[in-house]
Design a protein around this ligand. Structure first.
Ligand code: F6P
Length: 360
């Protein structure tokens, strides 16, 4: 290990709880090696700006409350692929050389990118083109990155969703209602599945398992027949309508995001069962919380391991959680392997064992 390295760190993609805990761990470990850490602002956007936007990170800047803080002190973005960057005149421009130039201006020896599959695909491509060493730390509330059992942010998002169910249960019982909770997760149902089990849901709908309204209605009838007059339903945002389409909102600039399937399912349940139904869309609340203890632990372990990889000269790797250990895997494998809910996995079996319906 060469002393006096200078490493860069950036957060990229949607934020989540635990990002600051990763940054803190990286700064601690790198300082231990006698290295300097530069925090790049707003993901790769900071490397596009001139002067390059960054801040020097030392122990003084990451101690105190940072471990507890949601979001990312560096800022992030989930827009603007530098290889096809949207320009004000509506055209797309390859600005990757500018980003590589920004990296060089900072005189970095390596880059740690904290991101999900989309960010890693871009960062890996940049690192290959620019010939610079890079290591990835997985984060996403969706927990859909391949090759790691868990990503930073997922545990907190599940905790927020469970808390929502804890709060919906008494009001559902008081009003004899069916409460539908729509949660995030992109194309994977991990948040819905875990939160549904831990939050005592009667029905969990995930994109991996096709459902029918009849089956959901039968479950709600069974609940009523058992003497209970309310029910909790968790719906993952990417669940499709009966016609097979995903429900999305069109945002400014024409971008699309999942949102609205909860209302659709709520209406169908009301029609099929006559039950008074209310829908809650949890949204970005799942991302903005104070990180859970488990997310702080995972983030810390990942941050330390990422710096150790640089010390060992191991690049193009992503740190990962596997079988109670922190390991590292080729980042390309993590990008290529999208991790959906496994239909024969422990949690699906658990839910079925608890008589939770998937609407199938
Ligand atoms: O990938 C994280 C995530 O929160 C998804 O669960 C969700 O579909 C999406 O990001 C929302 O993106 P945005 O923050 O751009 O609305």
């Amino acid at each position: 290990m060469k002393a006096g390295k200078r490493i860069g760190i950036l957060t990229s993609g949607g934020d989540c709880a635990g990002l600051n805990a990763v940054i803190r761990a990286v700064v601690h470990r790198a300082t231990g090696y006698g290295w300097q850490v530069l925090g790049i602002k707003e993901g790769t956007q900071g490397l596009l700006q001139r002067p390059v936007q960054y801040q020097t990170l030392d122990l003084g800047s990451v101690d105190g409350h940072m471990m507890r803080q949601g979001g990312t002190i560096l800022g992030t973005t989930n827009r603007g692929d530098p290889f096809a960057y949207p320009m004000p005149d509506g055209t797309l421009k390859d600005r990757s050389d500018e980003i590589i130039g920004g990296y060089r201006e900072l005189g970095l020896d390596a880059l740690i990118g904290i991101g999900g599959d989309g960010s890693f695909a871009i960062l890996h491509k940049l690192a290959q083109k620019g010939g610079f060493p890079m290591v990835g730390v997985p984060k996403t509330i969706d927990n859909d990155l391949g090759k790691t059992e868990v990503s930073v942010g997922y545990d907190t998002a599940v905790a927020v969703a469970v808390e929502a169910l804890d709060r919906l249960q008494p009001t559902a019982a008081s009003h004899h209602r069916v409460m539908v909770l729509e949660v995030m997760g992109r194309d994977a149902g991990h948040i819905a599945l875990a939160a549904g089990i831990a939050g005592g849901a009667d029905v969990i709908l995930i994109p991996e398992i096709p459902y029918s309204i009849e089956s959901i209605a039968t479950k709600i009838k069974d609940v009523r027949d058992s003497g209970r007059n309310f029910a909790l339903v968790v719906v993952s945002e990417a669940v499709k309508t009966l016609e097979g389409t995903g429900v999305k909102k069109i945002l400014q600039g024409g971008e699309k995001r999942y949102g609205g399937i909860g209302d659709y399912i709520g209406e169908k349940i009301a029609d099929a069962t006559g039950a008074e139904t209310r829908v809650t869309v949890l949204g970005h609340v799942q991302r903005g919380s104070m990180p859970s203890p488990r997310d702080r632990l995972i983030a810390s372990a990942f941050g330390v391991h990422a710096v150790d990889l640089i010390a060992e000269g191991k690049f193009n790797r992503m740190v990962a959680w596997s079988n109670r250990s922190v390991i590292d895997v080729p980042i390309t494998e993590a990008i290529e392997h999208y991790s959906c809910v496994e239909l024969d996995g422990a949690l699906v079996k658990t839910a079925r064992g608890l008589n939770i319906s998937f609407g199938d």
